[in-house]
Design a protein around this ligand. Structure first.
Ligand SMILES: C[S@@+](CC[C@H](N)C(=O)[O-])C[C@H]1O[C@@H](n2cnc3c(N)ncnc32)[C@H](O)[C@@H]1O
Length: 222
């Protein structure tokens, strides 16, 4: 569990570095939740709980993170918000939850952090109810993208914060049970993406590839 040490060091300064630059993109990502009345929702890699102020009321929330120091910050934030959320320490690649427990699983900047992102996505899918959705906001390379600067950056950032070499389409190769509902640029010219996945309730077929990202101000080239 080698990311526990770096994130224990990050915990006291994480919000100062991450909160402002991710505020809009986080808010937009969580708008996808819509009406959550009666739903059970899991946030994997909860961190210091920067998502918590943007969560709509009405759901039964659960949050999991590997790093106790990050969870402590999230607990303090939840208490200040008077938000009811059940938090526990655990591993995104081996989730301590029963199959088909959640209506929604939120994966905000966690797939590019863990050592085996395909396992983390498989676990998110396992604990998701049929008909449920996975909401992703993270940075990915596109298939075949060389991105030398980002790959170089990953040599430094990978061991202490986040990888830069994860190709989302590769993660999906073994996730035929999931369907891509949305794949759009979130920020930094599409390096960060909003991706919504659904686990169809019945044996619906799923597309082989994600839809082309839509053109936006962030990603005019799409
Ligand atoms: C980049 S932070 C993202 C935190 C939060 N999702 C956010 O959007 O601000 C990554 C988080 O993942 C946690 N983490 C790292 N490896 C993990 C693992 N294997 N299982 C669960 N959490 C993990 C870290 O402790 C850290 O809190």
């Amino acid at each position: 569990m080698h990311m526990r040490i770096p994130y224990t060091i990050w915990a006291p300064i994480y919000d100062r570095v991450v909160e402002k630059p991710t505020l809009n993109v986080r808010r937009r990502s969580l708008e996808r939740l819509g009406n959550v009345e009666g739903q059970t929702i899991l946030i994997v890699g909860l961190g210091t709980g920067l998502d918590l102020p943007h969560l709509p009321q009405g759901a039964d929330y659960h949050g999991l993170d590997l790093t106790p120091a990050m969870l402590k910050k999230a607990e303090e934030r939840a208490a200040n918000l008077n938000l009811s959320i059940n938090m526990r320490q655990g591993n995104a690649m081996d989730l301590p939850y029963e199959d088909e427990s959640f209506d929604v699983v939120i994966l905000h900047t966690i797939l590019a952090v863990v050592s085996k992102p395909h396992l983390a996505l498989a676990e998110a899918s396992r604990v998701l109810k049929p008909g449920g959705r996975i909401l992703i906001m993270d940075k990915f390379l596109k298939p075949g993208e060389s991105a030398p600067f980002r790959r170089l950056l990953g040599l430094v950032s990978g061991p202490v914060a986040s990888r830069t070499d994860v190709v989302f389409e590769s993660l999906m190769k073994k996730r035929k049970e999931l369907k891509v509902l949305e794949d759009s640029p979130a920020m930094m010219r599409g390096w960060f993406r909003h991706i919504t996945l659904e686990k169809p309730a019945t044996g619906e077929t799923t597309p082989e590839t994600a839809p082309e990202p839509a053109a936006t101000q962030d990603n005019p080239a799409a």
